[in-house]
Design a protein. Structure first.
Length: 148
């Protein structure tokens, strides 16, 4: 089992709420688009764990999920349901949306700087360590309990 960040950035969407709603739409249909040239596309496997991240300027995690299929071109039925424009991706299971979202700086402040974790990513799929994944979950749990 591997751990990843699915980095969602849309240069044409400047408002954080619009970016968040679009990404949440993918989570609700339990599908995430991944382009054919994405670096880790072929490594994704059922059981891998992912964090969903809204990149700059938002820089926050909005949820987590488990990869439920290898990356593939959408079937006709999947393409009819998928709300984005990617021709393929992965199916998701165990989807959890976070309210409130978790700011990246709250997670980075809990990770040893020697691990080289950062807030900006060039890729849409970024491999992370199990420790980085668990740290984000712990911060999310603390934030949820402090607002609930």
């Amino acid at each position: 089992m591997a751990h990843y960040v699915f980095n969602f950035v849309k240069p044409d969407v400047v408002k954080g709420s619009a970016l968040r709603e679009q990404a949440a739409g993918f989570l609700r249909v339990r599908m995430w688009g991944i382009d054919a040239d994405e670096r880790h596309r072929d490594a994704l496997a059922a059981g891998d764990l992912i964090l969903v991240y809204l990149g700059a300027p938002v820089q926050e995690f909005i949820g987590r999920a488990e990869v439920d299929s290898p990356a593939h071109e959408w079937t006709l039925a999947e393409a009819q349901v998928y709300p984005g424009d990617s021709p393929g991706g992965v199916l998701l299971a165990g989807v959890e949306e976070w309210d409130p979202p978790v700011p990246m700086d709250a997670v980075l402040s809990q990770i040893d700087p020697a691990e080289n974790a950062r807030a900006e990513f060039q890729a849409g799929v970024v491999r992370i360590t199990a420790h980085e994944y668990q740290t984000a979950l712990a911060v999310a749990a603390r934030r949820a309990s402090s607002t609930g």
